[in-house]
Design a protein around this ligand. Structure first.
Ligand code: GLC
Length: 428
């Protein structure tokens, strides 16, 4: 298939996954609206239908809670294809949702749509701005409870990197609730179990979920006594980048007070990044905020510090060197986990495979940090994976095999975003 055929195919995937105002990540495996998937879907729609791009974001923020949280799943309509569904989460909200959030990429994507758009994009962005501000305030209030500046997640699912080895040390300390209700996974009915999280991990995911539900999703209680509280460099850096982009929006649409508040978040997060620096591993890694224990290896979120504009010159150099070492070890960059670490599994979800949304952000960071060679390699590998295997959820970094769900929304969206200028030429 030629690249222009693949453009058409990507557009077809976004249209086919549209459920009327929101887009599912893929049919059956993920039959609802997911938070950061939708933000990336908007980026993809923007390549051919800007009104639909804004509609996707508007719909996502219709699920926002009164306290500002944008939930990780919004259950707009029922489906038996997915577990755990709305009854298990019991959010008590309308629409029903999950009780945790996901990486806040929305403000960065809004800023992107504004910078490439016209007055009507500005108008749509101005309407979303107060909601974006509230969602960032929620993260700085409820995911940095001690004002240390390090952003935490209270569930591996909140990180968007469900079974990454980053969470292993904290997950190993969790005792499965003895009264955990029996449940039936649906994901392994759609996808081979060797490409998905293990049963032991699922038991713990549900133990953490049940704790939150039993607290009526009282965030203070979840932070105080919940089973899982881990500083996440992924969310930390994505939020820092998004705060900078939000500050740009605040200058257009917000007040002086907004600008000062956001400026304070940025300064604190820049400083606090050191709390996630793991000298032994050679990068920014996850860290259990209760025990102080670091994760023992490098995930693909360490270079997101460049995307966030954080880190000292020495840290940046080390990250560039480690990334180059990792690239040497694979055919397709960038694996979600270090191939030289014993926990690496090349086909299992976030324990090794390549995810194109990560490539999009990481390549951008390297480009902005003045390493175009690394940026080009990571962006090109994203395109090469699609040319070889089509639009999968994730890919084996060694063979390029497409894994997980097929006809995947955010993969199609990243293809369109990376191909952007060519598509515009093709259409003119
Ligand atoms: C998986 C991914 C998560 C994504 C969701 C829907 O749970 O780990 O990041 O949002 O699927 O695609």
């Amino acid at each position: 298939m030629s690249d222009t055929d693949l453009d058409e195919h990507a557009i077809g995937i976004l249209k086919a996954n549209d459920r009327g105002g929101y887009t599912v990540p893929t049919a059956r495996l993920y039959p609802f609206q997911w938070n950061w998937d939708s933000a990336f879907a908007a980026l993809g729609f923007a390549a051919f239908d800007r009104d639909r791009a804004w509609g996707e974001l508007d719909k996502l923020f219709q699920g926002q809670w009164a306290d500002g949280m944008v939930p990780h799943i919004i259950f707009w309509s029922p489906s038996t294809d997915y577990f755990p569904g709305p009854d298990v989460w019991a959010s008590g909200t309308e629409p029903p949702t999950s009780g945790i959030s996901q990486p806040p990429v929305a403000a960065s994507i809004v800023a992107e749509l504004v910078s490439t758009g016209d007055d009507s994009d500005l108008e749509r962005a101005s309407r979303l701005y107060p909601k974006l501000l509230a969602s960032h305030r929620w993260f700085h209030t409820h995911r940095d409870p001690e004002n240390r500046g390090v952003i935490a997640v209270v569930h591996p699912w909140e990180s968007g990197r469900d079974n990454c080895p980053d969470w292993d040390p904290a997950m190993d300390t969790i005792a499965v609730a003895p009264d955990l209700e029996t449940y039936q996974r649906r994901d392994t009915e759609h996808i081979g179990a060797d490409q998905r999280p293990s049963t032991a991990q699922y038991d713990r995911y549900l133990t953490i979920l049940t704790f939150g539900r039993n607290q009526g999703w009282d965030q203070q209680e979840i932070i105080r006594a919940g089973p899982f509280l881990v500083g996440d460099p992924g969310i930390h850096f994505i939020l820092l980048r998004a705060d900078r982009d939000l500050l740009g929006l605040a200058k257009r649409f917000g007040s002086g007070d907004d600008e000062r508040e956001i400026g304070g978040w940025i300064a604190r997060a820049e400083q606090a990044a050191d709390g996630l620096w793991n000298e032994e591993a050679g990068g920014f890694t996850a860290r259990d905020l209760r025990s102080g224990v670091f994760s023992s290896g490098l995930a693909s979120v360490s270079p997101l510090s460049l995307y966030a504009g954080a880190g000292s010159p020495g840290q940046r150099e080390r990250i560039a060197n480690e990334t180059r070492r990792i690239i040497e070890r694979v055919r397709f960059a960038l694996p979600s986990w270090d191939p030289d670490h014993p926990a690496f599994e090349q086909r299992r979800y976030w324990r090794g495979p390549v995810w194109l949304i990560m490539n999009y952000m990481i390549a951008r960071g390297f480009r902005e940090a003045g390493s175009p060679d690394v940026a080009d390699r990571i962006a090109d590998d994203a395109l090469r994976l699609v040319r070889q295997s089509g639009f999968f959820e994730y890919y084996c970094p060694m063979t390029g095999e497409g894994l997980g769900g097929g006809d995947f929304t955010w993969t199609a969206a990243v293809w369109l975003a990376l191909r952007g200028p060519e598509i515009a030429q093709g259409m003119s």
